[in-house]
Structures are given as C-alpha cells and as structure tokens.
Design a protein around this ligand. Structure first.
Ligand code: ATP
Ligand code: MG
Length: 184
C-alpha cells in the first residue's frame, strides 16, 4: 500500500493493518501468535484487550509499543508507518508518542521513585527542569505515592511499584498509553 493511500486522519493515534507475529520462524518450533490484527484507535479512545494466558496480549502490546516488529502487516503510530523504520526513528517515536506500563514494571533500582518517574523526560532533554520535577511529583501525588518520592523501588511494595510505573508512563503526557496488566 502506498503512503498516500494510507494517509491517516489527524485524530488517529494507532492503526494496525493485518499484523501477524510468529516466533522461531523457519524452525520446527515456529508458532504464529497473532494472525492478522486490524485495529484503529483515535485520540481519547480506550480499548481493553482480554484473553487467556498465552493468547498474545503482551506480544501485541510489545508490537504497538515498538519494542518488537510484526512478521508481516503494518503498524502506524500517529500516522507514521513503523515496520521498516530504523531503531533511532522507533526510539524517537516511542519517546514522543507512547507511555508504557509493563506487565513487570521495569523500574530502575538504583534510582529513586521520583527519578524513575522523571526518566522519560530526562531521555528527551537531559537534566529535568523545575517544571518537570513539579509534574513528576504531581503524578506521584495522584497515584498516592507523594511520600515515597525519595525511596528506592526495592523499598516499596509491588502494587506501589506498579503505580510508580503508571506515573512514569504518564509523565510525557503521551497520546498513546499502553498498559499490560496494570493492576498487577
Ligand atoms: N520471544 C518469544 N519466543 C517464542 N515464543 C514466545 C515469545 N514471546 C511469547 N511467546 C509465545 O507467544 C504466546 C503469547 O505470549 P504472550 O506473552 O503474548 O501472552 P499473554 O496473552 O500476554 O499471556 P499472559 O496473560 O500470561 O501475560 C505464548 O504461547 C508464548 O509462549
Ligand atoms: Mg502478558
């Protein structure tokens, strides 16, 4: 499909066209997990993905979060085709457009709770500004963790860690927020 044909409306955040994902391609263990997914999400829309363990939810979210690539099909984030884009372009688009709450939170243990929340902004523009810090503290307050800002992730509970991950995913005010089992 040509770029012109796939031009997307301004409010479109995400579009998947016939996305397939197989693992261990070309080996006896080859398994196709996603069999041709079509999905479109506009700004402000909410979608919930429900399915049994092993059905491919995390696989799909990893594709949408640009952490992995489809075996075939195309995935557009903010109208940009992503399958053939290089690592640098994917990293840039991920940082600009996507917040990700992982199934397992992936906080950085050497950094404080506040620093973990600030991390996406520091990746964007280095040293956090006063406004960045205020924003991060505000989000920690919203998830009920204001008093834990200076603790390390290992000093708080699993549910608290996941709430830190939610604050971190929101700190860039991303057009697309992905959450894999966020209540875990
Ligand atoms: N890197 C990989 N290599 C091979 N197979 C994989 C890989 N990642 C996932 N799979 C397989 O793909 C299938 C889907 O896994 P996935 O993690 O997406 O499931 P899920 O729906 O998120 O499950 P859960 O609810 O348990 O988190 C599983 O059968 C899994 O074994
Ligand atoms: Mg999963």
């Amino acid at each position: 499909m040509s770029e012109t044909l796939s031009a997307s409306p301004a409010n479109e955040v995400l579009r998947l066209e016939q996305v397939r994902k197989a693992f261990n391609i070309g080996t006896p263990l080859e398994t196709e997990v996603l069999h041709g997914i079509d999905l479109r999400l506009n700004r402000g829309e909410l979608a919930a993905l429900i399915g049994p363990s092993g059905s491919g939810k995390s696989t799909l979210l990893n594709l949408i979060g640009l952490l992995d690539t489809p075996s075939s099909g195309e995935l557009y984030v903010l109208g940009q085709a992503t399958r053939d884009s290089d690592d640098e372009a994917r990293t840039h688009l991920r940082n600009q457009a996507i917040g990700f709450v992982f199934q397992f939170h992936h906080l950085i243990s050497a950094f404080s709770v506040l620093e973990n929340v600030l991390m996406p902004l520091m990746i964007r523009h280095g040293k956090p500004s006063r406004a960045d810090i205020d924003l991060a503290r505000g989000l920690l307050d919203e998830v009920g963790l204001a008093q834990f800002a200076d603790k390390k992730p290992t000093q708080i509970s699993g549910g608290q860690q996941q709430r830190v991950a939610i604050a971190r995913a929101l700190v860039t005010r991303p057009p697309l927020l992905l959450a894999d089992e966020p209540t875990g």
